[in-house]
Design a protein around this ligand. Structure first.
Ligand SMILES: Nc1ncnc2c1ncn2[C@@H]1O[C@H](COP(=O)(O)OP(=O)(O)OP(=O)(O)O)[C@@H](O)[C@H]1O
Ligand SMILES: [Mg+2]
Length: 325
């Protein structure tokens, strides 16, 4: 078995609000083995970014974080502010959805690529860091890299900026690379190119990858394991090909049915599928199964919290459907 890089048990995140306590993550377990790739999928508001930001120690100050266990690379207490800050930008790196959030318009691309390396390589010379940055730009497919190093972010297209951000993340040689919706700000052609880069890098990198996305398709392209999240809880997890071809939780089934097939569905003029209803208010969560109000397979038992059912091949899901009467 591949050794574990990250192991989190029973993570809760909540915020005090005027309407009461908003519970954003509830009892989340997350395991990422070294060199593997895990995808986190779920609709908007399910808590995906909250989980990613918790790993980076970037949640707002009023967030209440509680975990039974949080181990990163034999470092305990990985979610404490001091530890998370130490790990961020050296052992854990992030590719954000909008590359402009990671780039300062006042600095050249070269300055960004050099500065990001300083903490990890404090004794390297400016010239070495510059050369390393330039090589990494070439590696992520930026042509004329020598010249582009002296240019500013606004002189780059969206896809090129995302390549720069990927280069920045890779330059620190992280053990875990988190990509939160890495392609949603890009058009379809550029999205395909960025997915290709991430897939190529995956096969060469020793880093583990956590990919956050609305799209099962993107996760299927990049990941070994998928975690399906709904309203702050994990409803199903398992190998991507197992869950993708045979999802067991009604929410995972509904989410997959909503995936837009490129062009084919348009040609066939099929109506877009949606999941009726909305994600519950985190300050007013239902008792029992959190998906019950929207679930086509709802049953009397769903007023009780569903058990976690393990079903071989590394798959588990949280639903009464997995329990025989
Ligand atoms: N500072 C905060 N205070 C209170 N609630 C918050 C705060 N930040 C986020 N939330 C709530 O946490 C929930 C989960 O948000 P999060 O951004 O993690 O979802 P997500 O799955 O990443 O969604 P998306 O796909 O839209 O990016 C949402 O209901 C959001 O309103
Ligand atoms: Mg998000």
């Amino acid at each position: 078995m591949t050794p574990s890089l990250l192991s989190i048990r029973n993570l809760d995140v909540s915020y005090p609000t005027s309407r009461g306590h908003a519970r954003i993550l509830i009892g989340v377990d997350l395991d990422i083995a070294r060199g593997t790739s895990v995808g986190l999928v779920g609709e908007s508001g399910s808590g995906k970014s909250t989980l990613a930001l918790a790993l980076l120690g970037l949640l707002p100050e009023n967030a209440e974080i509680d975990a039974q266990d949080a181990m990163f690379d034999s470092c305990p207490d990985a979610l404490s502010p001091a530890t998370a800050q130490r790990l961020r930008g050296s052992d854990i790196a992030m590719i954000f959805q909008d590359p402009m959030t990671a780039l300062n318009p006042l600095f050249t691309i070269g300055t960004h690529l050099v500065d990001i390396q300083r903490r990890k390589f404090p004794h390297a010379s400016q010239a070495d860091l510059w050369a390393r940055g330039e090589r990494m730009l070439v590696r992520v497919g930026v042509s004329d890299a020598g010249n582009r190093m002296r240019r500013y972010p606004h002189e780059f297209s969206g896809g090129m900026r995302q390549r720069v951000v990927i280069a920045m993340a890779l330059l620190v040689e992280p053990k875990l690379l988190i990509a939160d919706e890495p392609t949603t700000a890009l058009d379809a052609t550029i999205e395909a190119q960025v997915v290709d880069i991430l897939r190529d890098l995956r096969s060469e990198l020793s880093a583990a990858l956590l990919v956050v996305s609305h799209s099962f398709g993107l996760i299927a392209e990049l990941c070994d394991t998928v975690i399906v999240m709904y309203a702050g809880t994990i409803v199903e997890t398992g190998p991507v090909n197992v869950v993708l071809h045979d999802p067991r939780h009604p929410y995972a089934q509904a989410l997959l049915a909503c995936e837009i097939e490129p062009l084919s569905s348009i040609e066939a003029a099929e109506p877009l599928v949606t999941i009726p209803g909305t994600v519950p208010d985190p300050a007013n969560r239902p008792v029992g199964c959190v998906f019950a109000a929207r679930c086509p397979a709802r049953h009397d038992r769903c007023i009780e919290p569903p058990p976690l059912v393990s079903q071989g091949q590394g798959r588990s899901f949280s639903c009464w459907l997995g329990v025989s009467l």
